[in-house]
Write a protein that binds this ligand. Structure first.
Ligand code: GLU
Length: 229
């Protein structure tokens, strides 16, 4: 795999039928890959097994092809970064999570909040979680057991990434220009591993983009804040 070339991606979640917003985003992703003589990778973001249905997966392929989209790597085509369905990539997420846990970047959270339940999905328009008040942040920072060990004792907790309060996260969005978000103000500690041992969207999407050597992310504007996360 040539890692110096442009690598873009299309990353739909088959939790429903694709809509015009997907068509627009993926069309731009394809244009960008073509302009840069690069590769377009298709990733099936089917992490949320309860909401991802077989019919939606079938329709997703049909619709993307009908719309004229073409990809060079994907679940149906294979490639150097196989597998391309998130439901088959647990080992990658687990490795990424263990790195964060070993580095002390995460802590167990016993709060049963809506954002924990929603964490498998990308937070689109109007779905961004409220800033986490930090209830479990200091109380449980000393826990070092693995999720399995902890869950055997108490199956109710998830793992949150601890943001560096006050830190400015900046990046260049080629559509909206220079972006700046302040940790602790614009977004708070977020769930990266769920109580039922499933990685959250925020961890999976980044682990995959790194592992698949994605050089540019084209996504809906409502995911700008997730880019900062
Ligand atoms: N799979 C996510 C969704 O369809 C978006 C992924 C991303 O671009 O980060 O909502």
């Amino acid at each position: 795999m040539d890692t110096t070339c442009y690598r873009g991606r299309m990353a739909p979640s088959p939790t429903g039928y694709l809509h015009l917003g997907h068509a627009r985003t993926f069309w731009v992703a394809q244009q960008r890959a073509r302009q840069n003589a690069g590769a377009l990778i298709f990733r099936n973001e089917d992490l949320d097994s309860a909401r991802c249905k077989k019919d939606f997966v079938t329709a997703m392929y049909e619709d993307l092809r009908w719309f004229g989209l073409e990809w060079s790597e994907g679940p149906d085509r294979g490639g150097a970064c196989s597998p391309y369905s998130q439901s088959e990539r647990y080992a990658f997420y687990r490795t990424a999570f263990e790195k964060l846990r070993a580095g002390g970047f995460v802590y167990p959270c016993f709060c049963s909040r809506r954002d924990v339940l929603r964490s498998l999905q990308a937070p689109h328009q109007g779905e961004d979680e409220p800033i986490y008040p930090g209830t479990c942040r200091e109380r449980f920072h000393f826990l070092t057991a693995s999720p399995e060990e902890q869950n055997a004792k108490d199956p109710r907790f998830s793992w949150r990434f601890r943001v560096n309060d006050g830190e400015t996260i900046s990046f260049l969005d080629k559509n909206f220009g220079s972006q700046k978000f302040v940790a602790g103000k614009d977004f708070g500690d977020f769930v990266i591993w769920r109580h039922d041992n499933i990685p959250a969207y925020q961890l999976a999407v980044v682990a995959d983009d790194i592992e698949m050597k994605i050089s540019e992310v084209v996504r809906g504007a409502d995911l700008l804040l997730s880019t900062a996360r």
